[in-house]
Design a protein around this ligand. Structure first.
Ligand SMILES: *Cc1c(COP(=O)(O)O)cnc(C)c1O
Length: 488
């Protein structure tokens, strides 16, 4: 009996060619391409077949099949990676692509992406050049380093430095700095992967110079400092200043140099994984401002690495600075080829770094820096603008709109304790609900709008908004949502 129903339903399944003859499908083929439509239609019919074979009794209606095929064909075409409007007030939002690029950087990417470029061509020598050449001098100028290189991201930079200088050697790291950055980047794991022998020193809250000193043996080649990016240990704490580690390393290195019984012993290097990596001191952050890369080098680091898309405000990249001798070894490491930068990223990085030559310009034109440093008064002006746009465009009586003071965050694992005062527009819907509206904003729009929910209202933090166009888009989204509510 059961089998009869199955067989009967299976016979009702339409032939692909039959469905394709419908005018609706012909039109779809014209816009989406026949192979795409064919593929979607085939998988719709397959899904029905599987359902029947599993013992279900799906309704088989040509119109439904065609509607689902059309939806699938359009969905295939819609981009997955697309812009969103960040109204969260979290500036370096890792899930939303971290830093927005400066207009100059966007332009540089576009110019280089369009055609051929000098990526590895030296126009002075008229011969093959190095892709490292484009940013190295700029990075050195901005950090005071002797040499520099840029790779895919800071995780790759850490991996490379460890495997070049601490492979099968002991690398000392304080127990207070064995961090997890998120997204499966954990210092102990990355050390294992690079075959560095991790030697933990000190305790979670206190590490003294003597802890490092005691742990040094003849096969110790590194003292690793890791920036506690996204957390802080406070209270009864102590860590060792870079200058003290430098003095210790100098003493040991001098002893090793004087020891002719073992001429092959390598020097101990001090390497800091600085995480966010500031190139300039953000005065607005006062005592919370991070030490700059230049300061870490001055304090005695042999190598420092940091991200390109956190506080620097550029594209995803990892930058390593240090002496020419050390950077040259890194450039020759086989991993350098595996984690090298592409031309678009290099273009964006070079253009972003150039803006830093004039720090005032950097603060104005690099979105991340501007968002971090713009005064509260500017945020109030922006919030007034957004509120005015909303009041003008939203149907009356749909929502209560007001301006509230809030706290914005640096995000991206930077400056976790830093409260950045900001202004937000609070929208409490009286038509529909807050959570439903938020779901609509995120899931139902081509340009998703990500805001915060607090006390049953939507908060649009204006600190991370980029333009009045984005404010207009937010207003449009509310109008759409309220219209849907009305018709429901
Ligand atoms: C963010 C961070 C990393 C990873 O940098 P990516 O550029 O995201 O790869 C590594 N170390 C620290 C301390 C960080 O803050």
């Amino acid at each position: 009996m059961h089998n009869d129903i199955n067989a009967d339903l299976l016979r009702q399944l339409p032939q692909i060619e039959e469905v394709l003859k419908h005018e609706q499908m012909q039109t779809l083929c014209a816009t989406q391409g026949r192979p795409c439509v064919l593929e979607c239609l085939r998988s719709e019919i397959d899904a029905l077949r599987h359902s029947i074979l599993a013992g279900n009794k799906p309704v088989i209606a040509i119109d439904d099949i065609m509607a689902r095929t059309a939806r699938a064909a359009h969905a295939l075409e819609a981009p997955s990676l697309r812009p969103v409007i960040n109204a969260t007030g979290i500036i370096i939002h890792t899930n939303l692509g971290r830093s927005a690029l400066a207009p100059r950087a966007v332009q540089a990417v576009e110019e280089v992406a369009r055609g051929y470029s000098t990526l590895e061509y030296n126009t002075t020598l008229r011969q093959r050049g190095s892709r490292h050449d484009h940013c190295e001098r700029l990075i050195c100028t901005l950090t005071g380093a002797e040499a520099a290189m840029a790779v895919n991201n800071n995780a790759a930079a850490v991996m490379m430095v460890l495997s070049e200088f601490a492979c099968d050697k002991r690398a000392l790291v304080s127990r207070g700095e064995l961090v997890e950055i998120g997204g499966s980047f954990r210092i102990p794991d990355i050390m294992e992967l690079s075959h560095a022998r991790m030697v933990e020193v000190g305790t979670t809250n206190k590490t003294h110079l003597a802890d490092y000193e005691r742990a040094i043996t003849c096969d110790t080649t590194m003292m690793l400092k890791v920036h506690p990016s996204n957390y802080r240990i406070c209270g009864f704490t102590e860590s060792v200043a870079l200058a003290d580690l430098r003095a210790l390393a100098d003493t040991i290195n001098a002893q090793r140099a004087a020891d002719d019984t073992n001429p092959s012993t390598e020097e101990i290097l001090i390497y800091e994984d600085q995480g966010s990596g500031s190139l300039i001191t953000l005065e607005c952050l006062k005592e919370q401002a991070e030490p700059t890369v230049a300061q870490s080098l001055q304090a005695g680091c042999d190598l420092v690495s940091f991200s390109g898309d956190k506080l620097l405000g550029g594209p995803q990249a990892g930058i390593i600075v240090g002496s020419k001798k050390l950077i040259d070894r890194l450039k020759k490491n086989p991993l350098a080829r595996a984690v090298r930068l592409d031309k678009m990223t290099l273009a964006a990085l070079e253009a972003t770094l150039k803006l830093y030559l004039d720090p005032e310009r950097a603060l104005q034109e690099i979105p991340t820096l501007h968002m971090l440093s713009a005064p509260l008064s500017e945020m109030h002006t922006r919030a007034e603008t957004l509120k005015r746009i909303l009041e003008r465009q939203l149907p009356s009586g749909c929502a209560a709109i007001s301006i509230v003071e809030e706290i914005a965050r640096a995000g991206g694992g930077a400056l976790p304790l830093c409260d950045i005062p900001t202004a937000a527009v609070r929208i409490a819907p009286t038509r529909g609900t807050t959570s439903d509206c938020e779901r609509y904003f995120v899931s139902q729009r081509r340009t998703p709008i990500i805001c915060r929910i607090k006390h049953d209202a939507l908060l649009c933090d204006v600190r991370t908004l980029q333009s009045e166009e984005e404010m207009e888009e937010i207003a449009r989204a509310f109008c759409e949502y309220f219209t849907i509510q009305e018709s429901d």
